[in-house]
Design a protein around this ligand. Structure first.
Ligand SMILES: Nc1ncnc2c1ncn2[C@@H]1O[C@H](COP(=O)(O)OP(=O)(O)O)[C@@H](O)[C@H]1O
Ligand SMILES: [Mg+2]
Length: 185
């Protein structure tokens, strides 16, 4: 007799949030690489990249940011329920979006807040967004002229200004192991 309930495919979502330059893209990719090398099926959903595909109709108003997050969380859930380890990299400035993503995905949802002083992000400025904002060429920069609400329930908070990429990746992997989502050490 086959069991009525299929085996848990084991997928989950790690939702990296924080200001531009906090390290979301870097850590989502580094964590993905580590999991992949341990045999996991992994996808990285990077909010910036997916805007072109999912949300060319959306801008940076509160409504549009929330709608974009909703679309990304929907796909994250589809993948996770099919056994994929999903890394999401999105600023996610509003608590409503985080809560909506959490309830879309279900219990296998780990919110990781990359809590970095904005001065550090501004110095890193990986995409030149702060520089262009200062020059008056870009508005709606989160933390400058758009809000970033402090996350209320992150499972993990990492200050990437005080550690290397390798150490930050290790923190995330250790956390996933502590939560019994992965067995890797
Ligand atoms: N511990 C760390 N974790 C993540 N990124 C770090 C860390 N230390 C330095 N960095 C650097 O900070 C920058 C973060 O950029 P990025 O990952 O593109 O940020 P985001 O996607 O959040 O806008 C990269 O240049 C990265 O090398
Ligand atoms: Mg990024």
């Amino acid at each position: 007799m086959s069991p009525a309930v299929p085996a848990d495919p084991g997928g989950f979502v790690v939702w990296f949030e924080g200001l531009a330059g906090a390290g979301k893209t870097t850590l989502s990719r580094a964590t993905a690489a580590q999991l992949r090398s341990r045999g996991w099926k992994v996808e990285v959903l990077d909010g910036d990249e997916l805007r072109h595909v999912f949300s060319p109709d959306l801008g940076y108003s509160r409504h549009d940011r929330e709608e974009h997050a909703r679309r990304v969380s929907y796909v994250a859930h589809l993948l996770a329920r099919n056994g994929v380890a999903v890394m999401v990299a999105m600023i996610t400035p509003y608590e409503t979006s985080r809560q909506a993503a959490r309830s879309e995905v279900g219990p296998r949802f780990e919110e990781v807040w990359l809590k970095v002083p904005i001065e550090v992000c501004r110095q890193r400025d990986p995409k030149g967004i702060y520089r262009r904002n200062e020059a008056g060429a870009v508005r709606h920069v989160t933390g400058i002229d758009d809000p970033f609400e402090e996350p209320l329930n992150p499972e993990l908070t990492v200050d990437t200004s005080t550690m290397s990429v390798e150490d930050a990746t290790r923190r995330v992997l250790d956390h996933l192991r502590d939560r019994q989502l992965v067995r890797v050490g």
